[in-house]
Ligand binder design. Structure first.
Ligand code: D0W
Ligand code: ZN
Length: 634
């Protein structure tokens, strides 16, 4: 480099900035490794010892973040004058301190609340409907299996209700204090509330409007699918339980949260005489193991000329549920901030659904690997939705009958319009049904953080959204004694959720761009529709994806999107193009059956019974103030 005396002032400033940022980067990564390790130890083995170690490490990491932030602040007024945008962007990101801005005792309380809520969720057990004395049923694998396979209305209702009783109800008070502390932290960071702070990584002041616009474009397709599935469920369970024009009872959709209807495909299959697309039986009969599923996924990434999993990954990952201990079974991917140690923790079952999840988690690790040499401030997705989309993009190829045949999980592919509709319906039951759910979780949380939804209305506001966007209803009436949002991992786990809605839109944009590069999709060639594309073994596609992933969050996400797809905006027309043949078929089928599109009800889905502390008696008496709302849900 040039010797000091010939450098201009601004060059000197830039040199100092580089050295300053590098030093913080090294120390920050070391601190991150320690904190992540204690978090991993707790998540993979829930004990008092691990809980204490995690709490201590979180406070220590917050101390480091605060020290780093104060040192960055000394550069205020100077870093903005730097000419190199790469340096400025790092300073911009490092100027946001986060929850470490809270006073120590508040931060300790905040961290303990989140850990406590997660523990309640991850260790909750319920009693067996058929054997009330056996009370050890866990969400994974027991309740997930019942929701997936049982067709007993009352058994499903029992599991649905008791899960919520033993999770949501038990953390409602924790959540009240959590929201107050979260908002206090947001304000200390210059945001109005935590909802605004969560949107910061999207770097767009039209983001909420853009999301509302996307949902408007996708809602018609959802409504057609909803009407079709409701008819199939009415045929199965009868008109008393599933009415012609009403919302669908939430416990009949094959999933604890009605967020993915894929497991009732057998009730909804359009052309039953065609071969089934659920290759779970083949996976089992071929002796698939979780290890084999992970290797299959890695092979796909490598076939794209992307990076394989490092040795530490196979050494330290937990890919099967360990017996004899409590752990967080909810799948997750971990980056230990040292460009060496990357892991997945997943209680993997040998099912097709879990094969998709393996690709999803490995997609996170691939992103970690692609940006591992960037400064820590840039070791994130271009936005959180991009991070969620990587694995799902590969899974779109893996799910095609053509690919399943290639890897020996299908022994024949029927290439005809009816088989096509069957395939598109099976994809829609997990991709389209998810959209309203992926949108409403943070619609609800943003209103809670902003105070638009008051504590006494929390649960009925939740059911208002569940009814309006998903067209579902609770199997039993709910009240404000319940806290149904708390029965979904990401609420006690305090993980933002809009990233998944973003992912389900952009993953189809990524898919289309990669399919064009792989020569697998041509809008003018009817024999190469988007839904038949399989990009595996295409290094052109893999290199294009890698080029975007290597950017991390060093560029604003519209630029990263443009590098891969040529456009700078989220665009719902691509997912609609993918499902176009199905959309046409559903509209015709619904019309043929005179199905009512949409839903209505005069049932009271949720009563705002309020637990009031009366002056006279201390214990909270349920003083129902008679506000039993009519019309729809809340
Ligand atoms: C250390 C850490 O926490 N790391 C983060 C990753 C990171 O931020 O780097 C992480 O591992 N988060 C866990 C979370 C797990 C899953 C999830 O929660 N999915 C959503 C929605 C959905 C559903 C279907 C689908 O195909 C895609 C998404 C749900 O199940 O509701 C469960 C299985 C799938 C993904 C995840 O991987 O996103
Ligand atoms: Zn994910």
């Amino acid at each position: 480099h040039t010797p000091d005396h010939v450098r201009t002032e601004s060059e000197q400033l830039e040199e100092d900035a580089r050295n300053f940022l590098h030093e913080l980067d090294v120390k920050g990564s070391e601190e991150c490794t320690v904190a992540t390790m204690t978090s991993w130890n707790y998540a993979s083995d829930i004990t008092e010892k691990h809980k204490k170690e995690k709490a201590a490490a979180e406070l220590k990491y917050a101390e480091w973040e605060k020290e780093a932030w104060e040192r960055v602040r000394k550069w205020n007024g100077k870093w903005e004058t730097l000419s190199d945008p790469y340096l400025k962007r790092q300073f911009k990101f490092m100027s946001i301190l986060g929850t470490a801005a809270l006073p120590k005792h508040d931060l300790e309380k905040y961290n303990n609340l989140v850990t406590e809520m997660s523990t309640v969720y991850s260790t909750a057990k319920i009693c067996d409907y058929k054997n009330p004395r056996s009370c050890k049923l866990e969400l994974e694998p027991d309740l997930t299996k019942i929701l997936r396979t049982s067709r007993d209305y009352d058994e499903l209702e029992h599991v649905w209700k008791m899960w919520r009783y033993n999770t949501g109800r038990r953390i409602r008070d924790h959540y009240k204090l959590f929201v107050r502390l979260a908002n206090k932290a947001a304000k200390l960071n210059g945001f109005d509330n935590m909802g605004d702070m969560w949107l910061y990584p999207y770097e767009s002041d039209t983001f909420r409007d853009d999301l509302a616009e996307l949902w408007q474009q996708l809602n018609p397709l959802y409504q057609q699918l909803h009407a079709y599935v409701r008819r199939k469920l009415r045929q199965k369970y009868g008109e008393h339980y599933v009415t012609r024009r009403g919302p669908i009872p939430a416990h009949l959709l094959g999933n604890m949260w009605a967020q993915n209807w894929g497991h009732i495909y057998d009730l909804a299959i359009p052309f039953p005489h065609k071969a089934s697309l659920d290759v779970t039986p083949q996976m089992v009969s071929k002796g698939y193991t979780p290890r084999r599923m992970f290797e299959l996924s890695e092979e796909f990434f490598v076939s794209l000329n992307l990076t394989r999993m490092p040795p530490e990954f196979w050494q330290h990952s937990i890919i099967e549920k360990p017996q004899g201990r409590d752990l967080v079974c909810h799948a997750s991917a971990w980056d230990f901030c040292n460009a060496k140690d990357f892991r997945i923790k997943q209680c993997t079952e040998v099912t097709m659904n879990d094969l998709i999840t393996v690709h999803h988690e490995m997609g996170h690790v691939e992103y970690f690997l692609q940006y591992q040499n960037l400064p820590k401030a840039f070791r994130d997705g271009a936005n959180p939705g991009f991070h969620e989309a990587v694995g799902d993009v590969l899974a779109l190829s893996v799910s095609t009958p053509k690919h399943l045949l290639k890897i020996g999980l299908l022994n024949e592919v029927q290439d005809d319009p009816e088989a096509d509709i069957n395939f598109l319906l099976s994809m829609a039951l997990s991709k389209i049904t998810f959209l309203p759910f992926g949108y409403l979780i943070d619609l609800w949380r943003w209103d809670v953080f902003s105070g638009k939804t008051l504590e006494n209305d929390w649960n009925c506001a939740w059911w208002d959204l569940r009814y309006k966007l998903q067209g579902i209803k609770p199997p039993v009436q709910r009240s404000e004694y319940d806290f149904d949002p708390g029965a979904k991992y990401h609420i006690p786990g305090n993980t933002p959720y809009i990233r998944y809605f973003v992912s389900f839109v952009v993953q189809f944009q990524f898919h289309k761009a990669l399919c064009i590069k792989a020569g697998e999709y041509d809008p003018l060639d009817p024999s190469k529709p988007l839904h038949k594309c399989d990009i595996d073994h295409s290094t052109e596609a893999g290199n294009a994806l890698g080029d975007m992933l290597q950017l991390g969050s060093s560029k604003e996400w519209p630029e990263a999107l443009e590098i891969l797809t040529g456009t700078r905006k989220m665009d719902a027309s691509v997912i609609r193009e993918y499902f176009k043949p199905l959309e046409l078929w559903l509209a015709k089928d619904n019309e043929r059956h005179g199905e009512f599109i949409g839903w209505e009800t005069d049932e009271i889905l949720c009563t705002s019974e309020v637990v009031k502390k009366t002056a006279k008696s201390e214990e909270g008496v349920a003083a129902s103030d008679g506000v039993v709302v009519g019309g729809g849900s809340a």
